[in-house]
Design a protein around this ligand. Structure first.
Ligand SMILES: CN1CCC[C@H](Cn2ccc3ccc(-c4n[nH]c(N)c4C#N)cc32)C1
Length: 228
């Protein structure tokens, strides 16, 4: 999979050179490129924003640099998926991550200020599948944090990125439930004991206990996941 990220803060993504995704990039499983939107400006000040038509506070990202960036990043392939983080978008879930992990080419466009000129989304629709996606119902200052989260959630599902694929199965939201609690040595820590069932060696009973823990936690913390 190829991922292109466009941002006015490209160094935000230095963290994607670390850990699992860093190794996936080094091994060629993940072909990730981060770009500075200002590279597609031509004025002395490398301007990417301007005042909003119709008035209002703040600034809006100009369409021209985005148009040039998208033209260049989509020139070599069929139809990429072009994702713009937005508080007005569909909410990103594990199902979204699974869906996007099967795509060949993702382009993430990180907005800042009050957002990107709407015509950019209209223009992009002729170049690929456009998705406006929100990280959740709270306001961030731009799209970069969302792209970091989405890239990690998607990247870890790409075959070969996570060493043991089995670990992708028993985790929160994969089966619609929250994950069970985890423990490791020592068996007793500051008078806190590991649940004895986990030391029993009875794998059937352990599996049953873990499932019960998942249901109990989901009922208590995320009853919405059990509806419908
Ligand atoms: C119109 N609003 C006004 C308040 C400030 C906003 C700043 N901003 C500019 C670009 C941009 C992109 C994503 C997000 C964002 N916020 N919350 C989430 N879950 C997001 C996600 N994905 C926020 C963003 C823009």
């Amino acid at each position: 999979m190829r991922i292109d990220v466009v941002s006015i803060f490209p160094s935000y993504f230095d963290g994607l050179t670390l850990s699992l995704l860093g190794r996936a990039r080094d091994s060629g499983i993940l072909d990730l490129h981060v770009h500075d939107l200002r590279d597609w400006t031509h004025d002395r000040h490398r301007t990417v924003d301007d005042t909003p038509y119709g008035g209002g506070a703040g600034m809006v990202m100009k369409p021209e640099p985005w148009g040039l960036a998208l033209d260049e990043l989509t020139s070599n392939d069929t139809r990429p998926t072009i994702i713009f983080p937005s508080p007005a978008g569909e909410v990103f879930t594990q199902a979204t991550a699974r869906e996007l992990a099967n795509r060949e080419h993702l382009i993430f466009g990180c907005g800042r200020y009050e957002g990107i000129d709407e015509r950019v989304f209209e223009y992009a629709a002729a170049l690929g599948e456009v998705r406006l996606i929100s990280l959740g119902d709270y306001v961030l200052n731009g799209g970069e944090v969302a792209v970091m989260a989405m890239t990690e959630a998607i990247g870890r599902l790409i075959p070969g990125v996570v060493g043991n694929p089995e670990s992708l199965v028993e985790e929160s939201h994969e089966d619609g439930l929250l994950e069970y609690p985890s423990y490791t040595k020592p068996a007793v820590w500051r008078d806190h004991e590991v649940p004895p069932i986990l030391l029993s060696g009875n794998h059937g009973a352990i599996a049953t206990w873990r499932r019960e823990q998942q249901l109990e936690r989901t009922r208590a913390r995320r009853p919405d996941l059990l509806e419908g």
